[in-house]
Design a protein around this ligand. Structure first.
Ligand code: FAD
Length: 304
């Protein structure tokens, strides 16, 4: 095993000094404003960098974690050991005919507005989802009846050996808030969306309507990770939480939103420990009241 100093030097050799941060606080990169430090926070600027970092992590047997826009993640207070990689610099969006090609660090919101500019329809549903393209593929993000699965054509990924592959929609096995990306440890590099030409005003009308619905219903004034739980078959998570009288109930600085029962907000300098305790409290109460197991949509990473 190489020493910490030489891992640092090897990462600098790959991405340059400006794209490596040591002991960086992850809470600066998460929507919940939670999370301790990352040992090595690295921001590659090319696919070749990503491949080289994967190979380095393998060679050093060093844990390796991907961060998108941090909008579906709770990182524990002890932070994340090893390498944390952010693809924020790989954010280019372009199109070829009716196919929009977005790098994985681009925001899915920006991709949706790019499609609007080109009068291309199919990504309207994503105009308010605050994740990256990579994060959106990882969990087949969706809203208001649309999901990534409906418009994705194929994706370019780097696998855990550092090899670059192009995978079809079918090969990624997207389903309700899941894909096989975590099973294979794929790093999404680029997504190609098959859209359809449509009148721009009609696309805009849909996006404006969805934006208004989102802003009126969601507690966007507080840090959160969006809907914490998946929709249990036959129920709505928010309704079960509301009917359990949990809105406004909290632990430390985290509480169940009074505006949208499916959200837990970081109201006053919550720790990840507070936030996770509220999640567990909600799961226990809903199970007790309705005998329904609420499955988390949000991922929890890192050390206590
Ligand atoms: P992160 O939270 O950073 O990461 C999530 C997972 O994806 C992690 O495991 C990470 O390792 C992995 N990942 C990230 N990038 C890559 C990559 N390039 N390759 C492989 N794996 C990767 N979600 C919805 O589906 N619909 C909604 O309507 C919605 N509304 C939201 C509203 C609010 C206010 C908030 C805060 C969140 C909402 N979300 C919603 C959740 C979130 O925005 C989505 O899940 C989004 O897809 C997460 O993307 P991200 O880049 O933030 O991923």
């Amino acid at each position: 095993m190489t020493s910490g100093h030489s891992v640092k030097q090897a990462l600098i050799d790959i991405v340059g000094e400006n794209n490596l941060l040591i002991d960086e606080l992850i809470r600066n990169y998460t929507y919940t404003k939670l999370g301790g430090k990352a040992d090595y926070f690295v921001m590659p600027t090319s696919v070749e960098h990503v491949q080289a970092i994967v190979k380095l992590a393998n060679q050093e047997q060093m844990p390796f974690t991907l961060l998108g826009n941090g909008s579906n993640l709770i990182v524990r207070d002890g932070g994340i050991r090893g390498i944390v990689m952010s693809l924020k610099h790989l954010n280019h969006i372009q199109h070829n005919g009716e196919v929009v090609i977005a790098q994985s660090g681009a925001r899915i919101i920006d991709t949706s507005y790019y499609a609007l500019d080109q009068s291309l329809s199919g990504l309207e549903f994503a105009c308010g989802i605050p994740g990256t393209v990579g994060g959106a593929l990882y969990m087949n993000a969706g809203a208001y009846g649309g999901e990534i699965k409906d418009c994705l054509k194929e994706a370019v990924v780097v696998d855990r050996t550092g090899e670059k592959l192009t995978l079809s929609l079918d090969e990624l096995e997207l389903d309700y808030r899941t894909s096989n990306i975590p099973d294979h440890g794929y790093i999404v590099i680029e997504a190609r969306f098959q859209l359809q030409r449509k009148e721009q005003a009609a696309i805009k009308e849909v996006m404006d309507d969805l934006t208004e619905r989102r802003e009126s219903k969601q507690p966007l004034e507080y840090p959160s990770c969006g809907s914490v739980f998946k929709r249990p078959p036959g129920y709505f998570a928010g309704k079960l939480i509301q009917d359990s009288d949990l809105q406004g109930k909290g632990i430390g600085g985290a509480e169940v939103s009074t505006k949208h029962a499916g959200f837990i907000v970081n109201k006053a300098n919550a720790t990840a420990k507070d936030y996770i305790a509220v999640i567990e409290m909600v799961q226990a109460k809903v199970k007790e009241n309705f005998d329904v197991e609420l499955e988390r949509e949000v991922r929890i990473l890192g050390e206590e």
